[in-house]
Design a protein around this ligand. Structure first.
Ligand code: IPM
Ligand code: MG
Length: 368
């Protein structure tokens, strides 16, 4: 039997340096846990644009559709600001999401005990926090037509369209309810049904999916602005939050920061299951390309490493090995190892990106 396949797209900014640490972790699982992967690498974002004049080459897209999972670093950077929308690095990522049909984006926000003091919120508000944002990822205002900048009389008008079909809402709602059943069995759905028809439909469909197939799960609805407020007021009231593409983008950054650093948060983007039961899947850290610190060995590789842990769990049915990796990260943090983004304590010297990788590999060795 051949090994499961991974396509690594490290991308731009700090993407390549954090991905280097992930590759060491992947090799560790091959060497020590008899869990080898066939790894291919390719370009995405600005890196792909520099080489091919497009943020995602068709060949790369085709490979992404064939492999068992894609691991992505980050895309974007100031160098590409002046490019046309269709050529921007972000388009490469959006194309992957769309063509792989990765409609369910899982963004966990978990507060590690060792980092509870790093949050901008009081420790008791965030300690023990464990929420999962399920963000719809292939529709809504990110992709709706018409879109563009048009001429209207003497001036220009910028237009984007928020659009959701019932089936798009239905499938992401199901994935949220399924997840909730494996957690604390609560879903809060967020939209703006008070001002948007798409929100009215969203609420109706989520309620219907619930009543028909998931009556055992506790469901509440909240306007997304109130949701943002509740996330910083009392985040532990939530278990699973399901929301649309744009609200999910915003609320997940907000939730991520509750945990102390954006450098900690992984994500999984999942499509429908294939014939073998595996969903099409792409894993990436929630943080971006951080061009201000790129190439300096300062970046925190944990979000990207935890994204690989999510791949072990959601693509490869290796929940125990995922837990082993997560525990290794937790141990390193408990031991006080810190990259520069995690430096609240006085007198602590930050480790480099590689230093954090070394510490996590040592903790993995110690777990055997
Ligand atoms: C994210 C990012 C992306 C998004 C960008 C890079 C296109 O902010 O994954 O949250 O807006 O979805
Ligand atoms: Mg975002």
């Amino acid at each position: 039997m051949s090994n499961p396949s991974l396509l690594i797209l490290a991308g731009d900014g700090i993407g390549p340096e954090v991905m280097t640490e992930v590759k060491r972790v992947i090799d560790w699982f091959g060497a020590k846990r008899d869990l080898a992967f066939d790894v291919e690498e390719d370009l995405v974002g600005g890196a792909a644009y520099d080489k091919h004049g497009t943020p995602l080459h068709d060949d790369t897209m085709a490979r992404a559709l064939q492999v068992d999972a894609v691991l992505l670093g980050a895309v974007g950077g100031p160098k590409y600001d002046a490019l046309d929308f269709s050529e921007k690095p972000e388009r490469g990522l959006l194309r992957l999401r769309k063509e792989m049909d990765l409609f369910s984006n899982l963004r966990p926000a978990q507060c590690f005990d060792a980092l509870a003091d790093f949050s901008s919120l009081k420790k008791d508000i965030v300690s023990g926090l464990d929420i999962m944002i399920v963000r719809e990822l292939t529709s809504g205002v990110y992709f709706g037509e018409p879109r563009g900048i048009f001429k209207e009389g003497n001036e220009r008008v910028g237009i984007n369209t928020q659009r959701y079909t019932e089936s798009e809402i239905d499938r992401v709602a199901r994935s949220a309810f399924e997840l909730a059943r494996r957690r604390s069995n609560k879903v809060c759905s967020m939209e703006k049904a008070n001002v948007m028809e798409s929100g009215v439909l969203w609420r109706e469909v989520v309620q219907k999916v619930h009543d028909t197939d998931y009556p055992d799960v506790e469901l509440t609805h909240m306007y997304a602005d109130n949701g943002a407020m509740q996330l910083v007021r009392a985040p532990k009231q939530f278990d699973v939050i399901v929301t649309d593409n744009l609200f999910g983008d915003i609320l997940s950054d907000c939730a991520a920061m509750l945990t102390g650093s954006l450098g900690m948060l992984p994500s999984a983007s999942l499509g429908a299951p294939n014939a073998d039961g595996r969903p099409k899947a792409l894993y990436e850290p929630v943080h971006g390309s951080a061009p201000d610190i790129a190439g300096q060995g300062k970046a925190n590789p944990i979000a990207c490493i935890l994204s690989f842990a999510m791949a072990l769990r959601y693509s490869f049915d290796q929940g125990d090995e995922a837990a082993r990796l997560e525990a290794a990260v937790e141990k390193v943090l408990a031991d006080g190892v810190r990259t520069a983004d995690l430096l609240a304590e006085e007198g602590v010297t930050p480790v480099s990106t590689t230093g954090m990788g070394d510490a996590i590999l040592a903790a993995l060795d110690a777990s055997l």
